[in-house]
Design a protein around this ligand. Structure first.
Ligand SMILES: NC(=O)C1=CN([C@@H]2O[C@H](COP(=O)(O)OP(=O)(O)OC[C@H]3O[C@@H](n4cnc5c(N)ncnc54)[C@H](OP(=O)(O)O)[C@@H]3O)[C@@H](O)[C@H]2O)C=CC1
Ligand SMILES: O=C(CO)COP(=O)(O)O
Length: 335
């Protein structure tokens, strides 16, 4: 593929807007699709997205539109709507008949209905289109404000991965190229579930030691599943794996961590979900992550406990008892 001059961003939420700004800062011509006409109008006329990035006014002018046809033929597309909308958005893109560049998956999750990673969903909906994955420790608000950020950008070929990195690189945004599409998706999907657990520990005031233990044992789950599925070791310990896990498990800026905080404070998951509120992808991928782990014969007790808190309203105290009462395990191989 040649140099990427135009970038189409699908999704007018916090991350879609932040990535559109990133591509604009990197000198690309950017078109941003949002389904909400109010968002399109705010971005065009005020250089703001007050619903998703309050109090930020962009230096950059973004061409926002409500028409997918105007975005689909860009040299590269970034798909930035929630994970569970990926299949429908890809089907809508297919209908335009205009997609020609790589489609970079930027959502973090697993398809609930099928248990498939989003790259598999892309291969089914738009066969022949080159897949990409962008993931790593990156809060949209930080990125939109131009704070320094590094992420992993994976594709099946080094050439495409490097072209995508060049297309997004700027003094405040540093992408690292990878050819491990699968591994890059695992970290993003699992860290959201594990961040809910860490938030719950903090919300219940169980202490910094418990939070660190949960993060480390969470990383063991992420690594076991990633390895069983064929991820590369460097990916799991890299930005999209350990990097994003550490960020999300330690900051109330994370929506998943904040969702967990509320669980720890005593709210039931069913109450929080029915109240709406901010997107917490881990609440949608916890159960399916457990199913995926079972399929690969991998134990993921923390993810399993989070799935029970979400699906069965297991309380934080019962969750803690379940985890602490597990039979003793070894931390190293060969014991
Ligand atoms: N925010 C962050 O810091 C980061 C987020 N991500 C990931 O990016 C993905 C998107 O997150 P984010 O942008 O933050 O989420 P937001 O909640 O901020 O925005 C979601 C966007 O998706 C749109 N949307 C929701 N449902 C549909 C649908 N059915 N069809 C089309 N558009 C839809 C919303 O439109 P509408 O306004 O009309 O509802 C909105 O524009 C998630 O998977 C998240 O994990 C990854 C890295 C960082
Ligand atoms: O993925 C993110 C940071 O890398 C954003 O995390 P939350 O979706 O939990 O806010």
């Amino acid at each position: 593929m040649g140099a990427i001059k135009t970038v189409g961003v699908i999704g007018g939420g916090a991350w879609g807007t932040a990535l559109a700004l990133t591509a604009a800062r990197a000198g690309r011509e950017v078109r941003l699709w949002a389904r909400d006409p109010g968002t399109v109008s705010d971005i065009r006329s005020k250089r703001q997205n007050p619903r998703y990035l309050p109090k930020i006014t962009f230096d950059e002018e973004l061409a926002a539109t409500g028409s997918l046809d105007e975005v689909a033929d860009a040299d590269a597309l970034l798909l930035v709507t929630p994970a569970q909308t990926t299949r429908a958005m890809l089907a809508a893109l297919k209908k335009t008949g205009k997609v020609r560049g790589p489609v970079v998956l930027c959502a973090k999750g697993i398809e609930q209905s099928s248990g498939k990673l989003l790259s598999k969903v892309l291969a089914e909906e738009l066969p022949g289109v080159e897949p990409g994955v962008l993931s790593g420790p990156s809060f949209a608000d930080d990125v939109a404000r131009g704070l320094p950020t590094a992420v992993t950008v994976a594709a099946n070929s080094a050439k495409t991965a490097l072209s995508l990195c060049e297309a997004l690189q700027s003094p405040c945004f540093r992408p690292y190229a990878s050819i491990d599409i699968l591994g890059t998706q695992i970290g993003g999907a699992l860290k959201n579930v594990l961040a809910i657990a860490c938030g719950a520990v903090v919300g219940r005031k169980l202490g910094a030691s418990a939070q660190a233990a949960l993060t480390a044992r969470g990383f063991a789950e992420l690594s076991r599943l990633g390895t069983a599925m064929g991820a590369q070791g460097e990916t799991l310990t890299g930005l999209s794996g350990l990097g994003d896990l550490v960020l999300t498990c330690s900051s109330s800026q994370s929506r998943n961590f904040s969702f967990g905080l509320r669980l720890g404070e005593g709210f039931m998951a069913s109450e929080l979900i029915s109240a709406g509120g901010k997107l917490a992808e881990g609440a949608y991928s916890a159960r399916v992550a457990v199913k995926l782990a079972r399929k690969h014969d991998v134990e993921v007790p923390i993810c399993e406990t989070v799935a029970k808190m979400i699906d069965e309203d297991l309380t934080i105290d019962d969750a803690l008892n379940t985890l602490m009462a597990r039979p003793l395990k070894s931390e190293t191989a060969g014991l």
